[in-house]
Design a protein around this ligand. Sequence first.
Ligand SMILES: Cc1cc2nc3c(=O)[nH]c(=O)nc-3n(C[C@H](O)[C@H](O)[C@H](O)COP(=O)(O)OP(=O)(O)OC[C@H]3O[C@@H](n4cnc5c(N)ncnc54)[C@H](O)[C@@H]3O)c2cc1C
Length: 418
Amino acid sequence: MKTYDVMVIGSGFAGMAASLFAAKRGLSVVQAGGTGGIDFSTGFIDLLAVHPVAEQRVWEDPFAALVALRRDLPLHPYAHVADDEIAAALEEFTGFLEENGLCYTGRPGRNTLALTSAGTVKPTYLLPCSAWGGVEALEAKAPTLLVDFHGLKGISARQIAEVRADWPGLRTARVRFPGMGGELYPEHMAWSMADQARRIELAEAVRPLLGDARFVGFPAIFGMTDTMAVVRHMEELLGRRVFEIPTLPPSIAGPRLRAAFDRGLPALGVRTYTQKLVSAAEVSGEMFHFTAGSGSTAVRIAARGAVLASGRFFGKGLKADRHAVREAVFDLPVRQPEKREDWHRAEFFDPRGHEINQSGLETDAALRPLGADGRPFHPRLHAAGAILAHQDWMRMKCGAGLAIATACKAVRELSQNL
Ligand SMILES: Cc1cc2nc3c(=O)[nH]c(=O)nc-3n(C[C@H](O)[C@H](O)[C@H](O)COP(=O)(O)OP(=O)(O)OC[C@H]3O[C@@H](n4cnc5c(N)ncnc54)[C@H](O)[C@@H]3O)c2cc1C
């Protein structure tokens, strides 16, 4: 059996990032995981936008927010990652996506307000280039036509325009998507947009509606693999700036990201086991032995180090019964509220969030999870992403950024110890 340098447990943002960073540093990497938040994501990469959550304070400068966060919450995982490492990790991550056909953009050191499918705006740090026209149109309140489709659920141009009463130049139109009828699915539409003839037909349907619009917004359907080429072609056909708005999950933002990793990680030599969860882990002084999957298709994997990036409840890295929260692979101690009745506050929408959403693994400064004795469980086991304690990524708006930054830190620390 081959022994790998690193076993990455999880294939969400944190697991994908850990595999990427480890492979780029010359380590041999094996990864196993199932569906994670990445499959449902909007495609936005949040760094940090809200702190303190109780005050709902929104920051334009995420690095200034990080200074305040580290001062107020010294146990937050971001306290273990320096700003320059965070910036470098994001650059390396988006560089990899670019090499694999997914363009990302943003303003260095500033959050951007991105238009959502509900018509609201969301502060985020990096967003797909295909959505950038929407940012510019919104900021300038430019004359814009928002198009949606008969049969496509999860996004209504009219609803967006109603919510955006502050944007009088926003008009809407509903058209038929060429070549399809009945209920439409973004993934099918995106694949069909690979066909240039389909784009020409769509442009013909939209052209008579353009009026004075300088921008035209569409639900995110512009291809699965080379979105910007589709956007540019549509711009050529319509003579207007064109942008996408992510639809509600499951949108195509997740499959686009996953496809980029499915192409790019094996090309870097990463051995990936998709849709296989680690069902057993044995730890000896020097080695980890894992079983991924179950039954006749189970595989045995040996590694000298590991990054645990198995997420929280959604990813299945943590499991909760009626009494307690447990970590699913190593049965590591989980920091959690002392009593079951403290898991949630009385009001679901309490701006302070719920205690249970801060639960997870306690680590040392090298992001090594602590065992029952309060010391690192293993010298070469590190953790990254949503499974880390003392953070509520959803309310702080730091999901993907935290996953990428902690994956980078975990891999750097591990590589020094192999
Ligand atoms: C609906 C939705 C929208 C989101 N939108 C945004 C957004 O706009 N911006 C943003 O920054 N973030 C967003 N996120 C958050 C982001 O997608 C990630 O969930 C978050 O960054 C945490 O990533 P993670 O990799 O730590 O965990 P997860 O994404 O939860 O991934 C955990 C991974 O571990 C795997 N796993 C679990 N147990 C095992 C096991 N035993 N063996 C092997 N693998 C295992 C899972 O299968 C999964 O692949 C969104 C998430 C969701 C769900």
